[in-house]
Design a protein around this ligand. Sequence first.
Ligand code: 1GP
Length: 240
Amino acid sequence: SSIYQNIITSSLKSKKLLAVLIDPDKMSLENAASFISKVNSSVATQIFVGGSEVDEGITEALVIEIKRYTNLPVILFPGDVIQITDKADGILFLSLISGRNPDYLIGKHVEAVSKLKSTNLEIISTGYILIENGKQTSVERVSQTKPIKRSTIQTIVDTAKAGELLGAKLIYLEAGSGATHPIEPEIIAKVKKELDVPLIVGGGIRSSSELESAYKAGADLVVIGTAFEDNEDFFNELKK
Ligand code: 1GP
């Protein structure tokens, strides 16, 4: 349980964590080495690999390539069962608790068990909460679920707490990849106040000031993908 233990320890010490999200659908094997060298010289502490729509087989090849170039933990953030590979270090076992689609609450998890049993992946139960962000995100489209409205903060807070009470080891507030606006600090702060487990925040964070404001509001780990895909120079602002 070293990945989770590290997140817990960091959270207790208020040491903030940053995961770089690599979508196998958008990252070619050829570009992985140079991208990872930038990740290595940045303040990033984790690498997440996953996406909403990824063809079978691609994830494993990419994870092997990423692991060649970094010692950071590589954690699967899968949109589907076919993205599971034992070449990674861990997996966020996500239940989409903002939605009411049984497939994404428990169905795909049942399907995943036979695959997971043959791996040494560290499996981290994660309550995944999609929050409305003005446009339809791919999580919404693929999962056929509605996000929670940002105005209904109490529902967001109660959903996060229900996830924790059901046993989630992490709660992940998601605005959706490429979201126009990141999750409001007020939402992050209110959720954090109610939670005993670490809080992950992601979606639409594109600057170091937005990153800082998510941390300040209470995010223990922030996930950034699109901002690095669009502009690798952003790593220069996040040098160690
Ligand atoms: C998406 O939270 C992650 O699942 C990261 O989102 O690509 O917008 O950074 P971005």
